[in-house]
Design a protein around this ligand. Sequence first.
Ligand code: FE2
Ligand code: FE2
Length: 251
Amino acid sequence: MNSLKTLSTQLDEIELANIDKLKEHPVIQNITKLDTDQFNSVLLQRRFVSHAITNLYDFAIDSNISRDCKLILRRIQREEYPEPTGNEKYPPSHREDLVHDLQLIGISLDQILQSRPSKTTKACVDYMLNKMLDYGSENSAIKTISYIRFAGEVIVAEEYKALWSRISKILSDSGYNPKNISRFFWPHIIHDSRSSFSSEMKKSKTHSSYLGFFLSRLINSDSDLGLFISAEDDALRLKRLFYDQFITKLA
Ligand SMILES: [Fe+2]
Ligand SMILES: [Fe+2]
């Protein structure tokens, strides 16, 4: 391992470069230029990938990882279906929150109900889950955690940040304020966002940072670093595959 750089600095550099690669995708770069139907189609297709995330967590939880890490994965997965509160005995799931935001954006419930996953979206979901099964069969905790953290948390926050540049006017004036009525996109930007491996991750309370804390303790050699890189590459490939299906709509 390069002794001139700390491991956390290397992880940060690799990850930030990968995030830049996602941001360079033409659909992400031109998200504000898509017409309404095209943009809505991105959101509707993205919904089917979101639904598969809990399945991804199921496979990760079943894999050969430490008990402590399993507890974190269970906790993140269950947040999809929040615990009862004093005000709400049966709070809506994040999936219902997504439908709530989509309707505010202007997509009717009929459109949501009639939408179906495209061939490419189905391929993305297959790819996403199969990769996790592969990592499980390889007994690779580093790949498992790297992949679920990057594909299911870090990049998700980045995708939603890109979408937010277009939907913020409808859902909020800016940020978390009384006028912010987003129940899905904005909260996920906040609770999924990455924090730097170099900073004190314990202070950060996002899904990415919880998993990053375990990851940084698992990676101790160049070969470990190679596993992290390969899992993040796989996650990036998945996201490119998803957004590539909309490139033709960027005329
Ligand atoms: Fe969620
Ligand atoms: Fe999350």
